[in-house]
Design a protein around this ligand. Structure first.
Ligand SMILES: Cc1ncc(COP(=O)(O)O)c(C=O)c1O
Length: 418
C-alpha cells in the first residue's frame, strides 16, 4: 500500500447516505428528483427530522424560564446546540456563540450592535463584489445612517477576489472588513486566513460570512484568525430558522444588545436596565428551540461522515459536473476559481439561449431542481453583465448518475426550446 492510499479517506457509501434523506427518494412531476439546489437549502437527514419531532413529542417547554423537568430538558437541548456549534467551528468559548435565526440575523446583529455605534462620517466598511446581499445591504443601512461608505473589492473574470485591491481598500477609515468564505454563486473559496492576517496588521476587525463554507469544509475560526463568523443551519442539514454568530469576546462585551426583551437582561428597572452577559444578551425572546435540537443532530451527522470523506466525494462530483456542463454547446460558466466548493453557475447562450428562469421551470418538469435568478447577488450579476444564471449546487448526497440525468434533462429541454 503506498502512502497516498494509506491517507486517502474511505469513499462515501452514497447510496446508504441517500437512504438517510427521506425527501431524496420522492418524485417530482413523475420523475425521480434530482436535487441540485443545496446552496439554497440542504435536505435534512432522518436524524435531524427525528430530533425536531422528538423535541415536540417529549421535551417541549420554553428555555430558561422554567425549573420543571421539561423546561430543563428544553434548555439543555438549546444550550447543547451552542456546545455543538462551538465545537463545530472551534470557537475558543461557547459563550462567544450567539444563536440566531440564520446568517442574515447574525450579520445584522454585527451591523447594528457593533458597526452602527462606531461609524462616523467618512468611515468605511469593506466588502466584496461577490457577496450575497446579506453581506452588503446591512452595511449600506448602517452606512446611510452614519455618513459612512461601503466599499466593494473587485473580482477577476474567473470569479476570484483581486486580493491586492481588497488590501488597498483597507485604509485607516475602515472600521470593519467583510468577506464571504465561499461564494454562493461561483463556489469560489476566498483566502480568509490571508485576508485576516492583513486586517490584523491594520487593526481592522474581519467578519466572515460562512453560510456556504460550513456545509462543505471544516471551519476553524481560531485558525482563520477572523473576528466574526456567521453560519446558517438550514444549509448544513439543520432546520430553517437556525444559525449562529461567533464573535471574539472582546467585541461581544463592547456590543449593546440589538433586540430587547425577555431572557437578555440581568435586571430591569425603569431607572435603567442591566443586560445579561453574552451570549444571552443577544438572544431576546423565545428562540427556535426545536430547530436547535435539529442543529445538534445535523452537526453529529456531518461529523459522523467526516469532512475529509465528504470533501473527497464533493470535489469529485464538482469536477465531473463542471466537465459535463462545460461540454454543453454555447455554455458560459461563471466562476472558474482554483479552489471551489461544489457550485456551478452557467448560462446557455447562442441558438439555445433561454431565460434562466424558463430553463429552471422546464428542468423542474424533468424532476431537476436548480436555482435560477440573481441569487441575491445583484452586484455580481452586474459584474458579469447578466441578469441571472442557472446554478447547480451539489452536496455529498448527490451522485454522478444524477449529473448525467441533469445533463440529459438539459438536452431534452433544449429540444423543446428550438
Ligand atoms: C453566502 C450567503 N450569505 C447569506 C445567506 C443568507 O442566509 P440565511 O438564509 O441564513 O439568512 C445566504 C443564503 O442564501 C448565502 O448563500
Amino acid at each position: 500500500m503506498n502512502a497516498r492510499a494509506e491517507t486517502a479517506p474511505l469513499p462515501l457509501d452514497v447510496e446508504r447516505i441517500r437512504a438517510d434523506f427521506p425527501l431524496l427518494s420522492r418524485t417530482v412531476h413523475g420523475k425521480p428528483l434530482v436535487y441540485f439546489d443545496s446552496a439554497n437549502t440542504s435536505q435534512k437527514p432522518l436524524s435531524v427530522i427525528e430530533a425536531v419531532d422528538r423535541h415536540y413529542r417529549e421535551h417541549n417547554a420554553n428555555v430558561a424560564r422554567a425549573v420543571h423537568t421539561l423546561g430543563e430538558e428544553a434548555t439543555a437541548a438549546y444550550e447543547g446546540a451552542r456546545d455543538a456549534l462551538a465545537r463545530f467551528i472551534n470557537a475558543p468559548s461557547r459563550d462567544e456563540v450567539i444563536l440566531t435565526s440564520g446568517t442574515t440575523q447574525a450579520i445584522n446583529l454585527v451591523a447594528y450592535s457593533y458597526a452602527l455605534p462606531r461609524l462616523k462620517p467618512g468611515d468605511a466598511i469593506v466588502t466584496t463584489v461577490m457577496e450575497h446581499h446579506a453581506n452588503i445591504v446591512p452595511w449600506q443601512l448602517v452606512a446611510e445612517r452614519t455618513g459612512a461608505t461601503v466599499k466593494a473589492a473587485p473580482i477577476d473574470a474567473n470569479g476570484e477576489l483581486i486580493l491586492e485591491e481588497y488590501f488597498k481598500l483597507l485604509t485607516p477609515e475602515v472600521k470593519l472588513a467583510c468577506v464571504g468564505h465561499v461564494s454562493n454563486v461561483l463556489g469560489t473559496v476566498n483566502p480568509v486566513r490571508e485576508i485576516a492576517r492583513e486586517c490584523r496588521k491594520r487593526g481592522i476587525p474581519l467578519l466572515v460570512d460562512g453560510s456556504q463554507a460550513a456545509p462543505h469544509r471544516r471551519v476553524d475560526v481560531q485558525a482563520l484568525g477572523c473576528d466574526f463568523y456567521a453560519v446558517t443551519g438550514h444549509k448544513m442539514l439543520a432546520p430553517t430558522g437556525t444559525g449562529a454568530l461567533w464573535a471574539k469576546r472582546e467585541h461581544l462585551m463592547a456590543m449593546p444588545p440589538f433586540f430587547g426583551g425577555g431572557e437578555m437582561i440581568r435586571e430591569v428597572r425603569f431607572e435603567g436596565t442591566v443586560f445579561a452577559d453574552p451570549p444571552h444578551r443577544f438572544e431576546a425572546g423565545t428562540p427556535n428551540i426545536a430547530g436547535f435540537a435539529g442543529v445538534t443532530a445535523a452537526i453529529d451527522y456531518l461529523e459522523g461522515i467526516g469532512f475529509d470523506r465528504l470533501k473527497a466525494h464533493e470535489q469529485d462530483l464538482l469536477a465531473y459536473a463542471t466537465d459535463a456542463i462545460a461540454a454543453l454547446p454555447g455554455v458560459r460558466i461563471f466562476g472558474q476559481a482554483k479552489e471551489k466548493e461544489p457550485v456551478v453557475s452557467f448560462l446557455l447562450e447562442g441558438a439555445h439561449a433561454a431565460h434562466a428562469n424558463d430553463m429552471a421551470t422546464l428542468l423542474d418538469l424533468q424532476g431537476v431542481a436548480v436555482r435560477s435568478g440573481h441569487h441575491c447577488a445583484h452586484p455580481l450579476m452586474q459584474f458579469f453583465g447578466v441578469p441571472a444564471t442557472l446554478r447547480a449546487s451539489l452536496a455529498f448526497y448527490n451522485t454522478k448518475a444524477e449529473v448525467d440525468e441533469f445533463i440529459a434533462a438539459i438536452g431534452r429541454v433544449r429540444k423543446l426550446l428550438l
